[in-house]
Design a protein around this ligand. Structure first.
Ligand code: SAH
Length: 383
């Protein structure tokens, strides 16, 4: 792998940054918490709802536009409730503007990314839950750099709110103006940042002004398969969609492709997935990156089919997006078609994910890595 770590390993090295959590933001708190904070600031409690309405309801974060707040306190309230968490570094567009990838710098210099994808009937954002990732999957660009830190609840939520504002401005031609879907498939392992991710989900689904008012069924949490955390998520009063990054049906190969498999085996993680499906009534999405001559053999399709037949599951095949310097490539189309055919013959619902954002390094942490290498981009637009 040639991609460089985003953060120098030695914190005392020249130019090293110390990762640190950001200031508190209203999206870290529920409405009661925001009221308490506003009261602490010596303001009437109802200001919490006013500022929340601007942020979540109107997607406004500029205090100058909050004309229902007294001019004297506007700046101070915005400063304390809406500190700037994400600074856009660059925005890349492709697919005629229907896919936009945003690279953000956080307050401590860490880089994370999000992707906005417009379709005729919906608008999806793919968001990050950590800066970097500690799961070390060898085919994933983010996994090569290691974990910098967890994102705060508000840093997670603000990616969605920010891009909801971009969608609302009509920037995604041919799509509805309202953000409808959120997938935790950006950088990081969401279930390794459990409490903040669950709090972020609560903000995303709470009706405005407490939150963004999304439907739970339109939120997908993707995981390498942290079994205790999957079980804990099943016990929450939530029913978001679970995506399990399986990538291999056998332990020998999965131990290599998803190293956490050395701790929780295929049988164990699938057990947890079926219990999640039973508890929530939601079909589990099985993610499978098709890697040429690695996991794409017909016998592996058959084995996967036997594991999933009759279960509340859907297979999402992802053509591998090769990372810079990787020895791996995507499976040829005929191999992919045969894999799909065998799964369907086994009675398993299967689709191949579209390759949105491929030319701007979508879906696998490559933008942040590219920024670090200072690569030139041809499709760049101003953030
Ligand atoms: N850590 C979580 C979520 C982030 S990755 C997880 O692993 O599920 C979102 C999805 O993209 C995962 O299924 C991941 O395995 C997949 N992915 C990562 N790198 C990829 C690549 N180079 N090509 C195709 N899919 C990739």
């Amino acid at each position: 792998m040639t991609s460089l770590p985003l953060i120098p390993v030695d914190p005392d090295a020249p130019g090293a940054r110390r990762a640190s959590m950001p200031p508190r933001h209203l999206a870290d708190l529920d409405l009661a918490g925001r009221r308490a904070l506003v009261t602490e600031l010596g303001e009437p409690a109802f200001r919490a709802k006013q500022v929340s309405t601007h942020y979540f309801g109107r997607l406004v974060r500029d205090p100058a536009q909050m004309t229902d707040l007294p001019a004297a306190t506007r700046e101070r309230l915005a400063d304390r409730l809406l500190p700037r968490l994400l600074t856009p570094v660059r925005e890349l567009a492709c697919d005629d503007g229907a896919t936009r990838k945003a690279l953000w710098r956080l307050h401590d210099g860490s880089l994370v990314e999000s992707v906005l994808m417009g379709y005729p009937d919906r608008v999806t954002v793919c968001i990050s839950s950590q800066a970097g990732c500690g799961m070390a999957c060898p085919f994933c660009a983010t996994g090569q750099a290691g974990l910098t830190r967890n994102l705060s609840t508000a840093e997670i939520v603000d990616q969605a709110v920010y891009l909801a504002g971009v969608a609302a401005s009509g920037a995604v031609a041919g799509s509805p103006p309202r953000l409808s879907h959120v997938v935790f498939m950006g950088m990081g392992e969401p279930l390794a940042n459990y409490n903040r991710v669950v709090a972020a989900i609560r903000r995303l689904i709470a009706p405005a002004p407490e939150g963004l008012g999304l439907s739970q069924r339109h939120i997908t949490v993707s995981t390498v398969g942290l079994v205790p955390a999957i079980r804990r998520l099943a016990s929450e009063d939530l029913s978001v969609t679970l995506a399990l990054s399986l990538h291999a049906p056998d332990d020998d190969l999965r131990d290599e492709l998803v190293p956490v498999n050395q701790r929780w085996k295929v049988a164990e993680v699938l057990d947890a997935a079926w219990d999640y499906a039973a508890a929530t009534g939601r079909r589990v999405s099985i993610e499978y990156a098709m890697i040429k001559n690695v996991n794409d053999q017909p016998w592996r399709a058959d084995l996967l089919g036997r594991l999933l037949a009759g279960k509340l599951a859907h297979v999402n095949l992802i053509p591998l997006n090769p990372t810079p310097g990787s020895r791996w490539d995507a499976s040829p189309k005929p191999v992919e078609r045969e894999f799909v055919r065998r799964l369907r013959d086994a009675g398993v619902s299967t689709t191949v994910r579209d390759t949105r954002g491929r030319e701007i390094d979508g879906a696998c942490g490559q933008l942040a890595a590219a920024e670090d290498r200072d690569t030139d981009r041809t499709t760049e637009t101003t953030a």
